[in-house]
Write a protein that binds this ligand. Structure first.
Ligand code: AVJ
Length: 326
């Protein structure tokens, strides 16, 4: 259990459970059917995503690790050049294995900051709270459990700007038509001078991309099916996982990588009092992982009000971390 003083949660567990329930039922009674990928990350989902990141096909993590570990100095200098006193906020830190390079560099440079990870997963935060202070002696840290935007407000501190890290191409989960609105929301939750370090997956050979979401060990498949398992466990659903197939797609023209679960047969599934019908072959939209060009990313910054400061790309030019300023 986390100590109160290191830890902030606005919503209680009951409210979170109710939101999960209403999102699931409205998503599965809509046409076309869809579930929200933010619900992938229960304890089992977190563990499966860790395993995805270790798959040889899932290049994103290795590329971004290369950027953070080989360009740490340049990234830290660019941040220090654009801001004075600041705290470091991270949206969806995972195990912080990428951001810890930068956190360490900032400690080495005697930057006085608090590390503020924000995550909807209690599990992620409590793990970080035990592992990170050991790994980075002297690190000051306060966790925030909840939705990114809601919690961003809580990280304001007088006299301090913020570096907000949004790594791993998490922004890819925002549909491209909504990306400007999403970034404008981020902008509106920040203060003048605050900076963001955002990871984007770049457009590349479509076969490389599709393979990353269709790994040979079937871990991505299990990751998608785990949401049905979570619905069974937490909402009293009766999904039979064998009756759904994982269907990943990538469209190289739009850069949209989408995954679906396809009903293998006509069936009815129950979630509490709700009976939900599936036709044979009916898809449930699970996730989008949007890919961008550098030009599209700069346009996104400008259209949402940010000043794009710098690109940090890996040696293959498959992934980029960009620095934007409000
Ligand atoms: C955590 C959202 C960056 O979209 O690549 C990995 C999640 N889904 N494999 C991504 C994910 C399937 C991942 N993000």
């Amino acid at each position: 259990h986390l100590q109160e003083e290191h830890y902030t949660r606005l919503k209680n567990r009951k409210t979170a459970r109710l939101e999960f329930y209403t999102d699931v039922v409205s998503g599965l009674t809509a046409s076309p059917k869809a579930l929200k990928s933010k619900y992938f990350y229960d304890a089992e989902g977190d563990a499966l995503f860790q395993r995805i990141m270790q798959c040889p096909e899932y290049y994103l993590t290795d590329c971004e690790l290369e950027i953070l570990s080989h360009q740490t100095d340049a990234i830290a200098s660019a941040i220090q050049a654009s801001t004075d006193a600041f705290n470091v906020v991270e949206l969806g830190p995972g195990d912080a294995s990428k951001s810890s390079y930068l956190l360490k560099e900032l400690l080495n440079r005697d930057v006085d900051y608090t590390y503020m990870p924000i995550d909807i997963s209690h599990n992620v935060l409590s793990l970080l709270q035990t592992t990170l202070p050991e790994q980075l002696p002297g690190l000051r840290m306060q966790g925030f459990e909840g939705d990114y935007l809601e919690m961003l407000k809580e990280t304001e501190q007088k006299g301090r700007r913020r570096l907000v890290m949004f790594m791993g191409s998490s922004i890819g989960n925002v549909p491209p038509q909504g990306a400007v609105a999403f970034c404008r929301e981020l902008y509106n939750h920040l203060l003048p001078g605050d900076v963001m370090l955002i990871g984007f997956d770049l457009k590349k050979n479509p076969m490389v991309i599709l393979d990353a979401y269709n790994d040979s060990q079937g871990i991505t498949r299990a990751f998608n099916l785990n949401l049905l398992k979570r619905i069974n466990r937490e909402l009293g659903g009766d999904f039979n996982l064998d009756h759904f197939a994982h269907y990943p797609t990538y469209d190289p023209h739009t850069g949209s990588c989408k995954s679906y679960l396809v009903s293998r047969r006509q069936q009815q599934v129950h979630i509490g009092p709700n009976a939900i019908r599936f036709a044979e072959g009916e898809p449930v939209f699970m996730e989008i992982s949007q890919k961008y060009s550098l030009e599209e990313i700069d346009n996104l910054a400008v259209e949402s009000g940010f000043v794009p400061l710098q690109h940090f790309v890996d040696s293959k030019r498959w992934f980029v971390d960009v620095l934007w300023q409000r």
